[in-house]
Design a protein around this ligand. Structure first.
Ligand code: OAD
Length: 232
């Protein structure tokens, strides 16, 4: 089976009701990312940062995968599918995808402030249970969401690079590709691999690297993608 590698961003979950970050109604146009989602913001005001993530966790419990997540899961019948997602939601998994790498962490999991990538500190916590000040991880430090904050490294990048390097077909869905190091993955796509980007807007870097632009929302673009894949 051909290796189909899919890099997803906030746009794939937009039609499930989760806000993107940089569109007109995007999260980072409404709240201060540096205050709520950075290492220094967390240090300055833990309560405020936890409140922000607790709200995102609670909202995630109320939404569902959409047609685009579902079709990607179904493509496992015909392809070896690897999904690399920048999203912290679990909608790919809920739709049935079995091979998902989360570059920026997962809202369904929690860890500790002091050693966020220590496997002993990472556990799952029901989305409807808020993380409270005083809740502790296994190492005794304050519990926090298992998400990559601004200012932190992205430990899964090496694995992600290896996956992209072995792509027979590359697909990008719903990401502005402005966040590094994730955006560097574009440069690892083998030159022979057919490549597609699904996004209602032009994604400049993908454009210059020869991606076929399917200019549509994810739930419509995904069906156009399947048609194009069937014609390969
Ligand atoms: P952005 O908000 O930067 O980009 C969202 C992209 O989705 C844009 O290119 C939109 O045009 C596109 N889009 C909007 N609606 C869509 C739809 N219905 N179908 C398909 N595409 C649609 O989000 P990301 O690129 O995912 O990181 O942002 C990357 C990272 O920045 C996030 O993982 C997050 C954020 O800071 C961290 O929190 C560490």
């Amino acid at each position: 089976m051909k290796h189909l590698v899919v890099l997803t961003g906030a746009g794939i979950s937009a039609e499930s009701g989760i806000a993107t970050f940089r569109d007109k109604n995007g999260l980072w146009n409404q709240v201060d990312a540096m205050q709520l989602a950075s290492v220094s913001g967390f240090r300055r005001n833990r309560a405020l940062a936890l409140e922000f993530y607790n709200a995102r966790r609670a909202q995630l419990a109320t939404v569902h995968p959409n047609h685009a997540h579902e079709v990607l899961a179904q493509l496992e019948r015909d392809y070896r599918v690897s999904i690399i997602t920048q999203n912290v939601d679990d909608l790919h998994e809920r739709a049935g995808s079995t091979n998902v790498l989360h570059l920026h962490g997962e809202l369904t999991k929690v860890t500790g402030m002091n050693n966020p990538n220590n496997p002993d500190c990472i556990t799952t916590k029901p989305l409807t249970e808020p993380i409270l000040l005083g809740d502790k991880a296994a190492d005794g430090s304050q519990m926090r969401p298992f998400v990559v904050l601004f200012g932190e490294p992205v430990p899964q990048m090496t694995r992600a690079m290896q996956i992209v390097e072995s792509a027979d077909i590359m697909v990008i869905i719903g990401t502005s590709l402005v966040v590094y190091p994730a955006a560097n993955l574009l440069n690892e796509v083998p030159w022979r691999a057919p490549r597609y980007v699904i996004d209602p807007n032009v994604v400049a870097d993908a454009d210059t690297l020869g991606f076929t632009h399917i200019a549509a929302k994810a739930t419509e673009g995904i069906d156009q993608l399947v048609e194009q894949l069937n014609a390969l």
